[in-house]
Design a protein around this ligand. Structure first.
Ligand SMILES: Cc1cc2nc3c(=O)[nH]c(=O)nc-3n(C[C@H](O)[C@H](O)[C@H](O)COP(=O)(O)OP(=O)(O)OC[C@H]3O[C@@H](n4cnc5c(N)ncnc54)[C@H](O)[C@@H]3O)c2cc1C
Length: 600
């Protein structure tokens, strides 16, 4: 780490904006060549030796802390009683990989192939698979956990053996996860013994990004940056907010010559020789583009910013996974995480246990996930026909660019092997919901989520001031099909709780409480009042043809520029099933190869 004066005294070959998940992948890979210089600018700190970051069971404790979380609000959501939905984004070295919940998952082969089908040659499942494997080192299934899991039999051919991120199965599994697997199975949802082979539907145990040697989080900062921090050609500047990209006046296409940033309220510019790589994440890369004069002319002129490239796709096509929890009180003999809230005095014992890599703190709370195709969560075939008609109408009414995306989503909705809903059993009362647990009672919560929402939102600057948070409008449920689907997933979760061997332990449903009403209308109100997002925003600088609202081409180059690329989750044109971090790391790896090849 250096001072801003030292940083700006150099001209770097590459300046990476945002030392987050993808930014650090690209910086680490490009600086493998000692003749290449890379400068990384990160707005937050380098969080080292922080229990809330390192200890898997404490994931979530950094949320809302301004040192770790940008904690953006959304605008009031007009299709959800004007609620403001919290948009957590990681702040600090490693970005969101430093604060996320560690689930290490993959999309389905069809979702990666769709990226290619939307106009991006070379961005398909086979190509992604190469990089998904490059990212990871896979630990053997822990011997202690094997009999309990009964789901996991990974085939090494789908898994990486020597990448920087360590992935393992959780060593501590709440006993309840096993009967949940059985209940899903009883409802027809098949077990999937290795969901990493391109078919990710079913009920499964999920890998987590944890180094099993230390039982600590494995993420961008400790996997991609720390081992390379000693490289002379890799220079990191923290606590510096990038305000814009500086371009050569009159250049056509626009040529970036530097990056402007604020540190301790002082303005600096660092020079760049080859490229600027924007990796500020799906909510802030569009912000920096707009502050730099790239975006919709209409939006830029409103804020007094000269339009250098009129690119209306910037900040549009925002998608995320909306989720809603349902909670049941269960038999008090169950071992759940509720003790953390009602008997906090036992925490020191658990911290002690953790030192010998034992106990719940070694693992994320949830170990079993279900990705459920429509045919299982739809109540009947008439409903599927209704959803099909709604989706077809959305395709018909969509502008030409969006039509191509929605056509794919319609196909997946009807595909018996595409996981269109996610259900995550959580052993305890989930404090994200509005209700409060009764001390000494035990609970089980199911997170219910829709994987390919038909709604589209946007993120744009709210001001020309780089310190002003962007205006984030995920526009949840603007397409009514998303509410229909989420309602059906919630009702499917009720069915799971009403199926053996879970049914036998349930005392009563506490959220939504039956007294609040059991009609669809009442449940929709419950969803509106209690839903949140799973923090997987994508699409806001989509890799698509320019005429389809694209912001970057298949080489990740921003249209209208000579040397600015975007490498982060914003370039994914369509939301993926489940948890996107492994895909995001993989796209960072692929981007680094694209850039290296370009200059070879
Ligand atoms: C709370 C939470 C839980 C999640 N759980 C999971 C999970 O369990 N499994 C999973 O697969 N995925 C999960 N995700 C999603 C996943 O972590 C992200 O999709 C992924 O990390 C995004 O990577 P990125 O590189 O696009 O952005 P980020 O990793 O967010 O990086 C962006 C970086 O840019 C920096 N930055 C932004 N603006 C500026 C600026 N102006 N100047 C300088 N720096 C700037 C930020 O501080 C940040 O470090 C979760 C995300 C969150 C937030």
């Amino acid at each position: 780490m250096v001072t801003p004066e030292e940083f700006t005294s150099r001209t770097f070959d590459y300046v990476v904006v945002g030392g987050g998940t993808t930014g650090l992948v690209v910086a680490a890979r490009l600086s493998e060549d000692p003749s290449v210089t890379v400068g990384v600018i990160e707005a937050g700190e380098w969080h080292t030796n922080v229990p809330g970051v390192d200890i898997p069971g404490l994931a979530g404790s950094t949320l809302f802390n301004p040192n770790f979380d940008w904690a953006f609000p959304s605008v009031p959501q007009k299709h959800a009683n004007n609620r403001v939905i919290h948009q957590t984004r990681g702040k600090g070295l490693g970005g969101s990989s430093t604060i996320n919940f560690g689930a290490f998952h993959r999309g389905g082969a069809h979702e990666y192939d769709a990226i290619e089908a939307l106009g991006n040659p070379g961005w398909n499942w086979q190509e992604f698979l190469k990089y998904l494997k490059k990212v990871e080192t896979t630990a053997p299934v822990p011997a202690t956990a094997k009999p309990e899991y009964k789901l996991a039999s990974p085939d090494p051919k789908w898994h990486g053996a020597s990448g920087p991120i360590h992935k393992t199965y959780a060593t501590h599994i709440a006993a309840l996860h096993v009967p949940f697997g059985d209940a899903f199975n009883a409802l027809g949802v098949p077990r999937n013994a290795d969901p990493y082979d391109g078919n990710n539907a079913g009920i499964m145990a999920m890998y987590v990004a944890i180094d099993p040697k230390t039982a600590t989080r494995s993420a961008a900062a400790n996997a991609y940056y720390e081992p390379n921090a000693g490289r002379k050609n890799l220079v990191l500047l923290t606590n510096a907010l990038v305000s814009r990209i500086v371009f050569e006046t009159g250049s056509q296409p626009l040529r970036a010559t530097g990056v402007e940033f604020l540190k301790d309220d002082k303005k600096y510019v660092v020079s760049v020789k080859k490229e600027v790589i924007l990796s500020a994440g799906a909510l802030q890369s569009p912000q920096i583009l707009e502050l730099s004069g790239i975006g919709s002319k209409e939006i830029l002129s409103k804020h007094g910013i000269e339009t250098l490239v009129d690119l209306p796709g910037v900040g549009e096509n925002l998608q995320d996974h909306p989720y809603v929890p349902t909670t049941h009180e269960i038999d008090p003999s169950n071992d759940t995480l509720d003790f953390v809230w009602d008997t906090p005095e036992v925490m020191p014992q658990h911290l002690e246990l953790y030192k010998s890599q034992k106990g719940f703190l070694t693992s994320p709370a949830s170990a079993v996930y279900a990705f459920v195709p429509t045919k299982y969560f739809a109540p009947n075939s008439e409903k599927i026909e209704k959803w099909k008609a709604m989706a077809a109408l959305s395709v018909e009414e969509a502008p030409p660019a969006l039509k191509k995306q929605l056509e794919l989503q319609l196909k997946w909705l009807l595909d018996p092997s595409s996981g269109e809903a996610e259900l995550i059993p959580y052993p305890g009362f989930f404090l994200g919901s509005a209700l409060k647990p009764v001390p000494k009672s035990r609970y089980s919560t199911m997170m219910c989520s829709v994987m390919h929402p038909f709604s589209r939102g946007s993120v744009h600057i709210s001001s020309a001031d780089p310190k002003a948070p962007p205006t984030i409008d995920p526009n949840y449920f603007s397409n009514p099909l998303d509410m229909e689907l989420l309602l059906a997933v919630l009702k499917f979760a009720f069915k799971v709780y009403d199926t053996s061997p879970i049914k036998e332990t349930v005392i009563r449903r506490t959220a939504p409480a039956p007294e609040e009403g059991t009609s669809d209308e009442a449940l929709v109100e419950y969803i509106k009042g209690n839903f949140g997002c799973v923090f997987h925003p994508v699409g806001t600088a989509s890799m698509l043809p320019r005429e389809d609202g694209g912001v970057v081409d298949p080489e990740l180059k921003v249209y209208g520029t000579a040397n600015v690329r975007i490498v982060d989750a914003s370039i994914l044109p369509l939301e993926m099933t489940g948890h996107i971090q492994s895909t995001v790391y993989a796209l960072g790896e692929k981007a680094a190869d694209i850039i290296k090849k370009h200059y070879a």
